[in-house]
Design a protein around this ligand. Sequence first.
Ligand code: ADP
Ligand code: MG
Length: 323
Amino acid sequence: EHIANQIAAGEVVERPASVIKELIENSIDAGATKIEVSVEEGGLDSIRITDNGSGIDPEDCETAFYRHATSKLSSSRDLYQIRTLGFRGEALPSIAAVAKVKLLTANSDSGLGRQVVIEGGSLKSAEDAPAPQGTDITVKELFYNTPARLKYMKTIQTELGHISDVVYRQALAHPEIGFVLRHNANLLLQTQGNGDLLQVIASIYGNNAAKSMLSISAEDPDYKITGYIGRPELTRSNRAGMSTIVNGRFIRNPALQQAIMRAYHTLLPIGRYPLLVLELQMHPSLVDVNVHPAKLEVRFSKEAELTAFVEAAIKETLSQEVL
Ligand code: ADP
Ligand code: MG
């Protein structure tokens, strides 16, 4: 069991940012409306995630750390209609195998919860403890027992860059959730959680950028597009400002990115990219999110139709405002 956990950890837990991605997904699955992420030294010293979600039943706190004990997947058919983000039942056991984890959680507002401490996959303690409803997980000394893995970690700034990417993406995909990101007590991000995507864009890219965004909205029988697209003068030197969200999940798809670039084609200088946040809604059967569970790639079953629709919608929005 220990060895299986460490092997799985190699796939799920690549670096501090991947721990944070998994823990935020769990908080979202638990229905949290507030998620706070605090990290020390690029997440290598400490990662703490606090949410106000459902919390974990005291009886399930220890089993949550056993592999596949709690997979949310009930049948292989569900792969095509995934509603929750987690479906492997591997994250908590994998993280606990390579770090020192403290879980404090309560699944009611009685004030009574449970605290479990696991280090390197071994249960250290489990006891009742006062806690507000929700979950508070602290992950300390990531990779302390896998020195080979620790050697691969880059500078604190690089790890922090990956962490902010993860949190920014979730904040953009979930304007209805209030996110906080702190690094060594510096506040890096705070979103309101009031459902206003433009406010999230302002907290990440700044007020001036947000002011220069155009609202986009288009619909056909298969697809619905909403979100904000940057005016062509608001260019960036890389693709990182091109966010695509499908059914509430931040994704990456090369064909979709090419369609966006075609729409901006004559409007952008060579080597410049737009800032935009596109939200797409479609029937779950039109998108396969299981290409790689740990990655962002997805496949669309009617890719040509979708990309043509996106290109046309962006062109239309730009032509109304720019000309
Ligand atoms: P998965 O998300 O694939 O089920 P995880 O290892 O990520 O597997 O989590 C194990 C289980 O622990 C989850 O299924 C869920 O029941 C519980 N859990 C984990 N994190 C939270 C959280 N923040 N709030 C409520 N329940 C949680
Ligand atoms: Mg999970």
